[in-house]
Design a protein around this ligand. Sequence first.
Ligand code: ADP
Ligand code: ASP
Ligand code: MG
Length: 398
Amino acid sequence: MRGLVHKYGGTSVATPEKIKNVAKRIIREKEKGLDMVVVVSAMGKTTDHLVELAGQISQHPDERELDLLLSTGEQVSIALLTMALQEEGYEAISLTGFQAGIKTVGPHTKNKIIDIDIDKVKDYLAEGKIVIVAGFQGMNELGEITTLGRGGSDTTAVALAAKLSFPCHIYTDVEGIYSVDPRLYKPAKKLEVISYEEMMEMASLGAGVMEPRSILIGQKYKVPIYVASSMNQEKGTYIKEYDGTMEEKVVTGLSVCDDILMVTISQIPDAAENMALIFDKLAARHVNVDMISQAASFEGLLSVSFTAKVEDRGAVQAVMDELDPQYHVCMESEISKLSVVGMGMRNQSGVSGRLFRILSDHKIPFRQVTTSEISISYAIDRLDKERAVAILSQELNL
Ligand code: ADP
Ligand code: ASP
Ligand code: MG
């Protein structure tokens, strides 16, 4: 079977005209003799509107009901796209996540795909049909409708491609993967190719163009991924295994994440068990703690700062409320995280020195720093974000 998975994001199917345009793009591939499976997101900002709607009914909507609500967005776009293909004289069928055999596990609104019963999709392909699958949704072991977390249609597409051994094309509102989000830094360069590893790091550090789990699945099952614009035929970016022939840049890209909560706890009596207790409590409430720094003990008292996602504010607050009232707690949310990513950092020293120098020469204060094998991240005040993105991008030639 020779085929291809296409995925179109919300902006690309925002209006009936855009849906008709997508249908034409799919037909072009079908005419080349390819079996086509197409994953679509909800139209435009539908998912945001559904979240808002739930918020008007309840401050803490039940997550099972939220999944039921959010999954409706994709059901609209798959049916409309299928109708558009049928109007053009092509045989097509739309499938919800459940109908496409997508099995998931985990808590509602954050499910993960564990397997796909792919036979039904294969049967429709064998009948010559174009198969249109709702992104971002599946079904758990109890037969409940689930969703995969925001941006999850990328994961649906790559998982289907893995199961079918097809390549996966992600069509979106930018022409590929850029060194920096082109909406934050206009002169950013489009990358011809990027390794799964670097894309994974960039995506998990804030480059919203791809959902990180989709890259993880792509890497595990060696799915060739191509990211390009849904509006034109410009050459996009290939995401693939690092193969030694790729140029190993020291710095490939810069990712920016705005939804950062920074918490500083001071007046903690200097004992390791006090620190352990705080982080145990955070873990028990599923708070994903990111950067941590501890100041040297002064007069028998410690202070520690950490960052988490703003969406975990409620859980963090609950933990802070349980701490010894003598601790002093400060929570700030006007914080951004800037992360510089590059495979070359693995075997080239001096990158952090260079970054510290750039920030200090331009008087950009930072609040926290963390590193991984191929990235360095700085938490900075939101007010300094635009200037810092422009300066780092220029200085690093991104
Ligand atoms: P879709 O609805 O198609 O899934 P998304 O909004 O999820 O689209 O992702 C596309 C957006 O990702 C772009 O509009 C762009 O602003 C943003 N983005 C962030 N980082 C990057 C990057 N490094 N390269 C390209 N786009 C990026
Ligand atoms: N519609 C969902 C969202 O807006 C899934 C996606 O677009 O990938 O997050
Ligand atoms: Mg997306």
